[in-house]
Design a protein around this ligand. Structure first.
Ligand SMILES: CCCCC/C=C/C(=O)SCCNC(=O)CCNC(=O)[C@H](O)C(C)(C)COP(=O)(O)OP(=O)(O)OC[C@H]1O[C@@H](n2cnc3c(N)ncnc32)[C@H](O)[C@@H]1OP(=O)(O)O
Ligand SMILES: NC(=O)C1=CN([C@@H]2O[C@H](COP(=O)(O)OP(=O)(O)OC[C@H]3O[C@@H](n4cnc5c(N)ncnc54)[C@H](OP(=O)(O)O)[C@@H]3O)[C@@H](O)[C@H]2O)C=CC1
Length: 280
């Protein structure tokens, strides 16, 4: 499917949310240049939010901004590498100066490479931990600090992976995301007095640009990932992010919402390919 068709599908899809759900609100979405982050950013914009997207690649952000503009909506695309703390601080300064302090933070930036864990190099392990655990931590801590300093409420949604059964081929990311779950549950308590809610969405296999890094033998088995025998769509994950970010989840904090077509109950994912031992 071409990018234009995909974007139109997200923009025109039915949603159960009312069109002014986020009117007057500002949302910051990391990873907003593609996949789940992009779908969430566009859905939030459709629901009336002022939206800032971030990611490392300005061109990807510009394409989403241009698409929204073609639909009469202003999005802002500010590039940053969110695993660099200094860049996160600078990003918040820019967002606050040019758009306004966010009310909602969606952390969708992240990623990993598939490899048997026994082969991980220290550099590879650190890259994935930094790109998923540190980046999300820097983003959520800064949001909380600014909400505390300005006495404003806020809502955070961290997009992670399903961690309960582990996931062969991506042990580094499962470790990093389990760290996010632990931090989320902990600060849900510490930050409740500040009127900050924080939750996670754990997507199962989702048809996004990110799947391009997996080997063909893994991709061939993707239909076995869940009982629905299909990947989710970025919009299906976005709808869950919106549910948790909005007042629909006003009494929910410290939770993980799994959106995986039942993959936790039935299914197999071998992201670096299935070893012979597990073939019979
Ligand atoms: C429930 C189902 C879930 C399963 C499906 C999940 C799907 C997704 O999450 S898709 C969305 C995410 N998108 C991506 O994953 C994007 C692709 N990934 C990356 O960009 C990289 O993997 C990255 C996250 C590690 C990027 O970090 P960066 O610091 O830029 O990494 P480098 O490329 O510089 O590499 C650092 C270091 O990492 C090791 N390494 C990197 N790639 C591989 C690889 N393919 N195989 C083995 N090792 C790799 C390596 O040690 C690198 O150092 P050098 O050897 O010196 O390059
Ligand atoms: N697709 C799937 O099957 C699943 C995805 N997930 C998770 O959902 C999240 C979104 O993935 P998805 O949309 O599918 O994949 P994408 O690869 O399309 O999206 C990831 C986005 O994150 C951005 N990003 C990555 N690293 C950084 C960084 N250090 N700083 C800023 N931006 C960064 C990338 O942009 P750029 O490279 O320009 O920086 C990219 O736009 C990820 O955390 C992913 O691991 C979880 C389970 C399943």
């Amino acid at each position: 499917m071409s990018d234009a068709v995909l974007l139109d599908a997200i923009w025109n899809a039915d949603t159960v949310y009312r069109p002014d759900l986020f009117a007057g609100k500002t949302a910051l979405v990391s990873g907003g240049g593609s996949g789940i982050g992009r779908a969430t950013a566009l859905l939030l914009a459709r629901l009336g939010a002022r939206v800032v997207i971030t990611g490392r690649t300005q061109e990807k952000l510009d394409r989403v901004v241009a698409y929204a503009a073609s639909r009469g909506v202003t999005l802002h695309g500010f590039a940053a590498n969110v695993r660099e703390h200094e860049q996160v601080l600078a990003l918040y300064e820019r967002v606050e100066a040019e758009v306004g302090l966010p009310d909602v933070l969606i952390n969708s930036a992240g990623g990993q490479f598939p490899q048997p864990a026994i082969e991980f190099s220290p550099k590879g392990w650190n890259a994935v931990v930094s790109n998923n655990l540190n980046s999300t931590w820097f983003m959520m801590q800064r949001a909380a600090q600014r909400w505390r300093d300005t006495q404003r409420p806020g809502s955070i949604v961290n997009v992670i992976v399903v961690t309960e059964r582990g996931m062969p081929g991506v042990a580094h990311t499962v470790a990093a995301r389990a760290g996010i779950v632990g931090a989320t549950r902990t600060v849900a308590v510490e930050w409740a007095p500040l009127n900050i809610r924080i939750n996670c969405v754990a997507p199962g296999l989702t048809a996004s640009e990110g799947l391009a890094v997996y080997p063909p033998e893994a991709v061939a088995e993707f239909p076995r990932a869940n009982p629905m025998k299909r990947p989710g769509t970025p919009l299906e994950i976005a709808q869950a992010c919106v549910f948790l970010a909005a007042p629909s989840a006003s009494f929910i904090t410290g939770e993980v919402l799994t959106v995986d077509g039942g993959g936790k109950l039935w299914g197999e994912l071998w992201l670096a390919g299935r070893p012979d031992y597990y073939r019979d």
